[in-house]
Write a protein that binds this ligand. Structure first.
Ligand code: SF4
Length: 676
């Protein structure tokens, strides 16, 4: 049984165990299922800073005559019940939208998606939409499951790591230090595909600085080298794949050197990388948002998956396709159904049997048509969508084309923000509900490794703030007439009954360890390595896909550069939490624009100068960091700060399958900011 204090870090998807140490007055690590020696990165070590912060929301707020004023919980919920009922009655349930939270527990996400469905809409999504929706779509198509194929503990057996569009040294530091670095020190070769040199690149043997938006030519060329050099695992291809001849025909028509140059990389380096990957006995792919956040993100990952299928690197230790997930429960939020097209356990809402199965437990059948995704919904605010519930997300900072998003929020009839701080999105709220942070609640989260881990309450929420599950229980009762179980354990027991991949788990069984999905009813443990004898699709074989390059949505004029956004070690996502940590702000309190020395010289930009970055969507001012770490023609900034709000510049062209926006390629003009 878990001790009462053991919890999980609120930041990245690694899922490190942390707890409050009253003697030190800070968060400390415990020997969790992933950070087995209690190790934490700077963000986890600073996690207590957000618990006792003086900007915490401590009482409900309602907007009166344009101002948010303090209210009782009853006053806040009366207003919510009245307005949601009115909007749903006047415009139908699909005029409501629910932002669920990949930073909150499985139980909370489960209850919010159930509430939306009880109200009569599948309009519920979480910020998985903005990070790995395309990865999940491509892997689901090929393998039948969109999650990590392997487990962290076996990946060290790889001879080669192919890291594409990910920067684990800074984004998943405990994975990097505890699982990848020891393997690298023992001789594993690392290939890093990224337009920018970062801390991961420093540990790599081969760096392919791909031109943003040109991953498909690079990956096709690597596959062509594997075929040309006879590195195909013929037995695996014959037994476990379909469509090889069609792919081979396509690849044989490619000019490998020309494709490498099109992708912006040295052909010899590309050939060396492909040979290393193809010759390895075991090769593991790690993939991140550099791949997924494109309007061809699904195709990018489809092209990537051809490599392990060609070389037999699926279904055994030290291999596979391993997405590195961003937030501490982005995996679980999707697992338990906080997505508009699937029910808990990724069963399509269009599947009659799946709806009937949940109806047996819920007592009502969810709607049979997919709902809107997150960015699609904001594009319809004020029109098709009139009311929104925003739980633990900060979309006015994190969604692309932020000026448009802010106008969209202004056009809503009614907006509830349920959060722990007065985030930038609170500016648009009609009602604000003060929730709880990691140390103040109990429940489960599912990490990037498919491990379900328990969080346990350390301290009470401040003032009148409440545990998030209690708030969501009352919301569910008020707007949808639901009587949800009163405890996280009770909700977990219900959710596992409608989530087949969790069906055999139990809250007590997780204890201070973890249980990994898939864990079907009757099983004694979960499955660490997927697709060993058959794919999760139920098929023995996975298909090859022929993938063609698609130009980025933003054309780039001669005087423009390509903006790529990303993250840094010391901050996290919209910064709503980390920008309130004194320690982390001292480590990295401001954003900068990384620009190549040649591009800076051509524009008369000195290191440290304030530059204006603009396009038709907006403009920001930011300090220039002149560095050869970024490739010529490319600039880099984070999206952690509200000022500069870099997402004013990013585009909202969507991947047609996964509806993920193209954050990783925005054309911008960069000039020296005139002095005023
Ligand atoms: Fe938290 Fe991730 Fe750092 Fe672990 S690696 S302490 S989960 S931010």
């Amino acid at each position: 049984m878990a001790a009462s204090s053991e919890s999980v870090c609120p930041y990245c998807g690694v899922g490190c165990g942390i707890r409050y140490d009253a003697d030190r007055g800070s968060a400390v690590g415990w020997n969790g299922p992933v950070n087995t020696r209690g190790e934490l990165c700077p963000k986890g070590a600073a996690a207590w800073d957000v618990v006792d912060h003086d900007e915490r929301l401590t009482t409900p707020l309602v907007r009166v005559n344009g101002r948010l004023v303090e209210a009782t919980w009853d006053e806040a919920f009366d207003r919510i019940e009245r307005e949601f009922s009115r909007v749903a009655a006047d415009h139908g349930p699909d005029s409501t939208f629910f932002f669920s939270s990949s930073n909150c527990t499985n139980e909370e996400n489960y209850l919010l998606q159930k509430t939306a469905r009880a109200l009569g809409t599948n309009n519920v999504d979480n910020c998985a939409r903005l990070c790995h929706a395309s990865t999940v779509a491509a892997m689901g198509d090929r393998f039948g499951a969109g999650a990590i194929t392997n487990s962290l503990s076996d990946l060290g057996e790889a001879d080669v790591f192919l890291v594409t569009g990910a920067n684990p040294a800074e984004q998943h530091p405990v994975i990097f230090r505890s699982y990848l670095l020891p393997a690298l020190k023992s001789g594993t070769t690392m290939i890093h595909v990224d337009p920018r040199e970062n801390q991961t690149t420093k540990a790599a043997d081969i760096h392919l600085p791909v031109k943003p938006g040109f991953d498909i030519p690079l990956l096709n060329a690597m596959a062509a080298v594997v075929v040309e050099e006879g590195l195909v695992d013929e037995a695996f291809v014959a037994e476990r794949t379909t469509g090889f001849e069609t792919l081979r025909e396509h690849l044989s028509g490619l000019d490998i050197d020309a494709e490498a140059e099109r992708a912006g990389v040295d052909p010899d380096d590309l050939r060396a990388a492909a040979s290393a990957y193809g010759e390895a006995d075991r090769a593991a792919v790690f993939t991140g948002m550099g791949m997924s956040q494109h309007h061809c993100g699904t195709d990018n990952v489809q092209a990537l998956i051809n490599l392990p299928l060609l070389t037999g690197n699926v279904g055994k230790a030290g291999t596979g396709v391993n997405p590195l997930r961003g937030q501490n429960n982005v995996q679980g939020a999707g697992d338990v159904g906080a997505l508009p097209n699937v029910l808990p356990g990724y069963r399509p809402v269009t599947d009659d049997d799946a709806r009937a199965a949940v109806a047996d437990v819920w007592g009502f059948e969810p709607p049979n048509h997919p709902g809107l995704t997150e960015v699609e919904a904001t594009h319809r605010f004020g029109d098709e969508v009139r009311a929104a519930y925003v739980f633990g997300e900060n979309p006015t900072v994190t969604e692309p084309n932020a000026n448009r998003v802010r106008e969209a929020f202004e056009s809503l009839d009614f907006c509830v923000v349920h959060d722990v701080f007065p985030t930038e999105t609170v500016e648009f709220a009609d009602v604000v509900l003060p929730g709880s942070v990691w140390a103040e609640k109990s429940g489960t989260v599912t990490n990037t490794d498919r491990q379900v881990i328990r969080m346990n309450r350390n301290v009470a929420p401040p003032g009148d703030a409440r545990a998030d599950l209690d708030i969501l229980r009352e919301f569910a009762a008020r707007v949808a007439g639901l009587d949800a179980p009163a405890t996280p354990e009770g909700v977990f027991d219900e959710l596992r009954r409608v989530t087949p991949i969790y069906a055999g788990m139990s809250y007590d069984g997780i204890g201070t360890g973890s249980q990994r999905w898939p864990f079907p009813e009757g099983a004694t443990e979960g499955t660490a390595i997927l697709h060993a004898d058959a794919f999760e699709s139920g098929l023995k074989t996975a298909p090859f896909r022929v993938v063609e390059h698609v130009d980025p949505a933003d054309p780039v004029a001669d005087d423009e550069l390509v903006l790529v956004t990303g993250r840094v070690l010391q901050q996290f996502n919209s910064g709503a939490l980390t920008r309130r940590s004194g320690v982390l702000m001292r480590m990295r309190g401001e954003d900068s624009l990384q620009i190549h020395p040649d591009d800076a010289a051509a524009r008369g930009i000195d290191d440290g100068a304030t530059v204006r970055v603009e396009n038709d969507r907006g403009e920001v001012a930011v300090a220039a960091e002149v560095t050869p770490a970024v490739r010529r023609g490319t600039v880099f900034a984070t999206f952690h700060y509200a000022d500069p709000l870099v997402n004013r510049l990013t585009g909202d062209a969507l991947d047609p399958t996964a509806k993920i926006p193209e954050y990783k390629h925005s054309a911008v003009r960069v000039t020296v900011e005139p002095e005023v």
